[in-house]
Design a protein around this ligand. Structure first.
Ligand code: MG
Length: 365
């Protein structure tokens, strides 16, 4: 089998955050960006992947087409682990984390889709799982910087059956509003997206101990300052999570050696695809750290994460970005947990093919 073609569909799909907010520049997006990758083979298989592309869609697409694709044409997709290794080796000087690795990640997901389709099995089966687990979901809220909006969205998520809710807030007033709205029975996480120095983080985490948070995510800038994270962690009662900005399993190893986190958050569209995500899961087990997949996605990356979660002995909680897209690449109920849990459908490969009308209607030229 040989790879004969690779195409990138650059999409921008408008979305609703449910309620007006003052922090419209959170993620600075006027639509959800996608780099959807289609890889075709000489014997008729098609694999789908996606590369992280929030606010960097065109750049990622150019890397895929100009720097990755030339290394892929003619290769056997069943050699995915070796292809990933060779791409990382050939492209290392262009950034071990960031746009180059996003591109490699998307391609890796599409290759694994082909590997599973060639076996006529769901991807999770190929990854060593029967695929029958119920994966607990968490609602991952937009950043509103508005107490009333946070209360509204927390109530909405709770009413939809989510048993865990994550905020993207940095001010105490919104964290308090969430806890007051949800009571003590719903675990609350707070993702801060790397805003603080070590000293600032120490002070704020001290003041947040009263909220009994399930975790605080990425309190320190820069994200790879594992020594500072480790110091904060040793001083705080609040568990820490990080990893969506970590580059490959090598950086996770450093994170674990520094005892920097309670929860590790590899992101399949950023970390190096399914191949690298699986390595992170392996070393997380060795170091006794729970993986909580980062997955605010609505494309092949979300499906890949569902299959990976099936293959993890302890799948942790799976992130559902709590926004509503104008259109979905897959049936919307895939992204809608039932009674707080995700399941998979048993379809071959990633389990679904993207809607060709959505690919056509939301393409960015
Ligand atoms: Mg995060």
């Amino acid at each position: 089998m040989k790879i004969t073609n690779l195409e990138v569909y650059e999409l921008k799909i408008p979305f609703s955050i449910g309620i007006k907010s003052s922090s419209a520049d959170f993620l600075k997006q006027d639509g959800m960006d996608f780099c959807v990758i289609k890889i075709e083979t000489d014997n008729g298989f098609t694999g789908w992947g996606d590369a992280f592309s929030f606010n960097c869609r065109r750049a990622v697409s150019e890397v895929i087409l100009n720097m990755v694709k030339p290394h892929l044409i003619g290769k056997n997709p069943l050699d995915v682990q070796n292809i990933n290794f060779e791409l990382q080796k050939k492209l290392h000087l262009f950034g071990r984390y960031g746009i180059t690795m996003f591109a490699i990640s998307g391609v890796d997901i599409a290759l694994w889709d082909i590997v599973a389709k060639n076996s006529n099995l769901p991807l999770c089966n190929v990854l060593g799982s029967a695929g029958i687990k119920k994966i607990p979901a968490y609602a991952s809220l937009w950043r509103y910087e508005n107490k009333e909006a946070v209360k509204d969205r927390c109530s909405s998520a709770k009413n939809l059956g989510y048993n865990y809710i994550k905020l993207h807030e940095v001010f105490t007033s919104e964290v308090r509003a969430a806890r007051e709205t949800l009571g003590e029975e719903i675990p609350v996480m707070v993702d801060t997206n790397c805003p603080w120095t070590k000293d600032e983080a120490r002070q704020i985490l001290n003041s947040w101990e009263e909220f009994n948070l399930y975790w605080v995510e990425e309190p320190i800038n820069p994200p790879e300052d594992f020594e500072s994270l480790s110091n904060i962690r040793s001083e705080s009662l609040i568990p820490l999570a990080a990893g969506e900005n970590a580059c490959t399993s090598f950086e996770f190893k450093k994170m674990f050696e520094a005892e920097a986190v309670d929860y590790a958050q590899p992101s399949v569209t950023k970390v190096g695809g399914i191949t690298e995500f699986n390595k992170v899961v392996s070393i997380s087990q060795t170091y006794g750290v729970q993986v909580m997949p980062h997955s605010p996605y609505f494309g092949p990356g979300f499906l890949a994460t569902l299959h990976l979660a099936q293959s993890m002995p302890n799948p942790g909680l799976l992130e559902r970005f709590f926004i509503d897209l104008e259109a979905y690449l897959y049936p919307e109920d895939i992204f809608t947990p039932k009674d707080g849990f995700f399941k998979i459908n048993g379809g071959i490969g990633l389990g679904y093919e993207p809607d060709v009308n959505v690919l056509k209607d939301y393409i960015v030229k």
